[in-house]
Write a protein that binds this ligand. Structure first.
Ligand SMILES: *Cc1c(COP(=O)(O)O)cnc(C)c1O
Length: 427
């Protein structure tokens, strides 16, 4: 296996190198445990003095393949798979932040992450300071202090679709000697590799495009391996851990210290591991990721252009459109495509939204985005139905908003479906 391979080759081949006579396909090692000959060997594994699998909560050969592949595709040194995207976000922060400390997060991050940060982390004594994606460097500097331990943002925000200004946020992170953690779920390593733009840690909900077929909930954390933890702010990585006989993560694991600690400490303690079967399915999904992301992006751009020119449609939000507010950032960071999700507003408001949803035939109504099938959601009558019109606007999901996840069907069929559904509306 080579680190010089292009992305398409890594997607297919990285992580698994079968020996003579072994299975060509990554096997599903559906086993909780692994056999050893002597107590001494097992002791060494437990003390982290030897490498090897011993219990699937910590590491598993099938999961290991997926981790190595995603690390290679992102240009990182190591990765950790977890039970979900939520587990990845939580672990990425808890690994370097504790009670009394704080992190900065872009306010437009995914709603599930926002809730985790604003409720659960708060109860744990970690303050999350939300900042506007448009905040100036001076404003961002004002929000950071000596207790700030990370900055968290999303490459392509779900569902706002604004694009992270990597240059601005990585500059602040460097100034305060804290890592920039970037959730790259919607872009995937195919459309953007955050480590190349100043991020230090990358997270994923692999539930979305990495799996891509809506079969498996999962998450990943990728360690860029370049952040210098030895600046006095991260004693949990640079000072002895009594749980491992005084082991110092940065000394023992070198550039992969961050993700190694997340595994042998937090994953060990909290137990939110990915199942080998889900790792197997996700790994197969990733094999076709380069092709899929290209087609998702092409189809979504065509849908966005079609909707922009349709009389029933008030507005379209897709960063690949030249007049989008973040099109300059899209050109800089997502030059290969802007992924498959877009949103639009119908002139007929909430009523039209509901009617549209009931009229589409090929597009299916799902509370999910980012898989091979075109999916559609009307937050005002579904996920956000308890909110008033005013609250809907504040939540970034005005009553007329339709979220559209463009799949891999033939573009003519997708547009024909939109056409017949839009024709049923009064505008
Ligand atoms: C879905 C999603 C998550 C949460 O992932 P789960 O796998 O559902 O736990 C986190 N971040 C983003 C950007 C997402 O779209």
């Amino acid at each position: 296996m080579s680190n010089d391979w292009n992305l398409e080759t890594k997607a297919v081949q990285s992580g698994y190198d079968p020996k003579n006579g072994e299975s060509r396909i990554t096997p599903i090692v559906q086993s909780t445990t692994f056999k050893y000959d002597t107590a001494e060997e097992v002791g060494k594994l437990f003390d982290l003095e030897a490498d090897g699998f011993f219990y699937t909560r910590l590491a598993n050969p099938t999961t290991d393949v997926l981790e190595k592949k995603i690390a290679a595709m992102d240009g990182g040194v190591a990765a950790l798979a977890l039970a979900s995207g939520q587990a990845a976000s939580l672990t990425s922060v808890l690994n370097i932040c504790q009670t009394g400390q704080n992190i900065i997060a872009v306010s437009t991050i995914y709603g599930g992450t926002y809730a985790l940060f604003d409720n659960t982390l708060k109860k744990m004594g970690i303050e999350v300071r939300f900042v506007d994606p448009e905040a100036s460097e001076a404003e961002l500097s004002k929000v950071c202090d000596d207790n700030t331990r990370a900055i968290f943002g999303e490459t392509l925000a779900n569902p706002f679709l604004n694009i992270l200004d990597f240059e601005k946020f990585s500059k602040i992170a460097k100034k305060y000697q804290i890592p920039l953690i970037v959730d790259n779920t919607f872009a995937t390593p195919i459309l953007c590799r955050p480590l190349e733009h100043g991020a230090d840690i990358v997270t994923y909900s692999s539930t979305k495009y990495l799996d891509g077929h809506a079969t498996s909930v999962g998450g990943l954390i990728v360690d860029g391996g370049k952040f210098d933890w030895n600046n006095g702010k991260f004693p949990e990585l640079t000072e002895p851990d009594s749980a491992y006989h005084g082991l110092v993560y940065t000394k023992h694991f070198g550039p992969a210290a961050y993700v190694a600690k997340a595994r042998v400490q937090l994953l060990r303690d909290m137990g939110n591991c990915l199942s080998p079967f889900n790792a197997f399915l996700t790994n197969i999904g990733v094999e076709t990721l380069p092709l899929r992301m290209q087609r998702h992006s092409e189809n979504a751009l065509k849908v966005a252009e079609y909707l922009r020119d349709h009389e029933a449609v008030a507005w379209v939000n897709y960063p690949g459109l030249a007049d989008h507010q973040d099109n300059v950032l899209a050109t800089r960071y997502l030059s290969a495509g802007c992924s498959g999700v877009l949103s639009f507003g119908l002139k007929g408001g909430a009523e039209a939204g509901k009617k549209f949803i009931d009229s589409v035939k090929l597009a299916t109504l799902v509370v999910h985005v980012a898989d091979v099938r075109t999916g559609v959601l009307h937050p005002a009558s579904m996920t956000h139905r308890q909110l008033s019109d005013q609250q809907l606007v504040e939540a970034g999901a005005p009553p007329e908003l339709i979220r559209f996840s463009v799949g891999l069907e033939n573009i003519n069929d997708i547009i024909a479906d939109l056409e017949q559904a839009l024709a049923k509306l009064n505008y």
